[in-house]
Design a protein around this ligand. Structure first.
Ligand SMILES: *[C@@H]1O[C@H](CO)[C@@H](O)[C@H](O)[C@H]1NC(C)=O
Ligand SMILES: *[C@@H]1O[C@H](CO)[C@@H](O)[C@H](O)[C@H]1NC(C)=O
Ligand SMILES: *[C@@H]1O[C@H](CO)[C@@H](O)[C@H](O)[C@H]1NC(C)=O
Ligand SMILES: *[C@@H]1O[C@H](CO)[C@@H](O)[C@H](O)[C@H]1NC(C)=O
Ligand SMILES: *[C@@H]1O[C@H](CO)[C@@H](O)[C@H](O)[C@H]1NC(C)=O
Ligand SMILES: *[C@@H]1O[C@H](CO)[C@@H](O)[C@H](O)[C@H]1NC(C)=O
Ligand SMILES: *[C@@H]1O[C@H](CO)[C@@H](O)[C@H](O)[C@H]1NC(C)=O
Length: 424
């Protein structure tokens, strides 16, 4: 989020005080699950995932200008599949073989004032907003839209606006209201919801999602004049434990759960580390790494990371990325794909990265094989796109879905803290 990085200091100074509606929630002491479903059955284009991540965090890629004559990208094919329509919200991913490479795009069903929409869960932002009937008819096309005037529980928040910008070509702004939001049974009665009258083309064209559920810290929330709490912050008091867990699997199926650590989903201990929420993110120390069985090395460029469900890839310090691909035969940085690519038959080592001061979290090599992106014109062999790419010197490393899929992940408001364990 471009503006979030540049205006973070301003935001946290300007909005130190919350003025909240009564965010009453019900069913105290329970826990709630929501499935994370895959958006249809489409392969995910690696460079597109990277571009989205860069836009979200305002990263400007430095063009390394190593164009490869022997690399033929599959752009046409991907342009065609990316126009495929959304799957039904309650389709449980039911992921066919083709979707193993389509891990990036997930959405989850959410009910607002009794109306069901599918939204992206994003621990890297803090605005809840939904495609709705205030948008032009053209913008609504292909989307399940929320109609506030059909909801007897909707209340307009007079004078309030939100304006979120995820990058030059991606934004949403408009009015704000409150309504009953139900996520997998966890309910908040007065959740602040952005009701945009304007969204960028990127959101209009992406008919697989109808908005976002921001699950970062509310210091990132853009509602004015009074900054609003996230769904997670609002629901926390009514939960058995103030936790949200993410069980995202490599096969594209996944689940978020509010309120409980489900012991059937992980084994061993949870490595629990202190979160620094001062930037609004689930951020922690991340000061060393190792490639495969290699020695542990310090990260000197950006020794801090955030856990972000809304980003597909892992964006790490250049030194880590370079060290990783040095161990992958024939891997090259392709400026035409804005990232590292490698022959699909390469053998991929694991990558370990520090989560907190003492824990080294290991992501197996097969998860770093993000997607097929082309063919090597010289060998005729398939070329794959790396799930680990550079953060271009950004102020943090971003541990997105490629990382999260390796773990049972715990977002814990106590502390706050972030934990990972081995998934079962
Ligand atoms: C919602 O409102 C629209 C008009 O704004 C109407 O056409 C539609 O039938 C309503 N739907 C329901 C379920 O009431
Ligand atoms: C939204 O914020 C951006 C800056 O991030 C600003 O340029 C734009 O004018 C704002 N739009 C509205 C409608 O307030
Ligand atoms: C890595 O960092 C630690 C602690 O900051 C330091 O003690 C150690 O010497 C560093 N190792 C290298 C190889 O720079
Ligand atoms: C294509 O194959 C050649 C020969 O093995 C290799 O040097 C080159 O790095 C490969 N390029 C890609 C993008 O895989
Ligand atoms: C990477 O995934 C592709 C399918 O997307 C598969 O064909 C290939 O064998 C995989 N390569 C590695 C090294 O895992
Ligand atoms: C990978 O595929 C290429 C092209 O088909 C071939 O030349 C190369 O020997 C293969 N490498 C491995 C490690 O199997
Ligand atoms: C993580 O640590 C915090 C204290 O820093 C504690 O309150 C919380 O219960 C721990 N969470 C888990 C899942 O162990």
């Amino acid at each position: 989020m471009k503006f979030l990085l540049s205006f973070l200091a301003v935001l946290s100074l300007a909005f130190g005080v919350f003025a909240l509606p009564h965010s009453g929630s019900q069913l105290k002491g329970r826990s709630f699950r929501v499935e994370r479903v895959q958006r249809g059955n489409r392969p995910v284009h690696g460079p597109t995932a990277l571009r989205r991540a860069y836009e979200k965090f305002g990263i400007v890629p430095a063009d390394l200008n190593i164009d490869l004559d022997d690399f033929e990208p599959l752009t046409k094919k991907h342009a065609a599949v990316s126009r495929q329509d959304v799957s039904e919200p309650d389709q449980t991913g039911a992921v066919s073989a083709a979707s193993v490479q389509g891990d990036a795009a997930f959405v989850s069903p959410v009910t607002i004032g009794g109306q069901k929409v599918v939204l992206n869960f994003d621990t890297g932002s803090a605005d809840f907003w939904v495609m709705n009937t205030e948008l032009s008819t053209a913008a609504q096309k292909g989307h399940a839209v929320y109609n506030p005037s059909n909801s007897t529980t909707f209340k307009k928040m007079e004078g309030a606006t939100f304006n979120i910008s995820y990058g030059d070509a991606s934004y949403a702004y408009g009015g704000v209201g409150t309504d009953i939001v139900n996520i997998g049974g966890a309910t908040v009665n007065n959740q602040a919801i952005g009701i945009p009258d304007t969204v960028s083309d990127a959101f209009i064209e992406d008919t697989t999602s109808n908005g976002l559920v921001g699950l970062g810290f509310s210091s990132l929330n853009t509602v004015k004049p009074d900054q609003q709490k996230t769904f997670f912050e609002n629901v926390a008091d009514s939960l058995q434990e103030p936790v949200m867990t993410a069980s995202l699997r490599a096969d594209g199926v996944g689940e978020y759960e509010f309120g409980l650590l489900d012991h059937s989903k992980y084994e061993g201990d949870i490595a629990n580390v202190t979160v620094d929420s001062s930037n609004g993110f689930w951020q922690f120390k991340s000061e060393y790494y190792a490639v495969g069985d290699g020695s542990v090395k310090n990260i000197t460029e950006t020794p801090t990371s955030i856990a972000d469900t809304g980003t597909s890839l892992m964006l790490l310090s250049q030194e880590v990325v370079d060290a990783y691909y040095a161990e992958v035969q024939h891997a090259v940085y392709a400026s035409s794909a804005s990232g590292y690519i490698f022959p699909c038959n390469a053998s991929l080592p694991s990558l370990s990265i520090a989560v907190g001061p003492r824990h080294l979290a290991t992501v197996p090599g097969h998860l770093i094989n993000f997607s097929e992106v082309g063919v090597n014109k010289t060998t005729g062999g398939k070329v794959c796109y790396g799930g680990v790419q550079t953060n271009h010197g950004s102020s943090m490393q971003i541990l997105g879905d490629v990382f999260l899929k390796a773990f049972f992940a715990v977002f814990d408001l106590r502390g706050p803290s972030f934990g990972i364990a081995s998934p079962k």
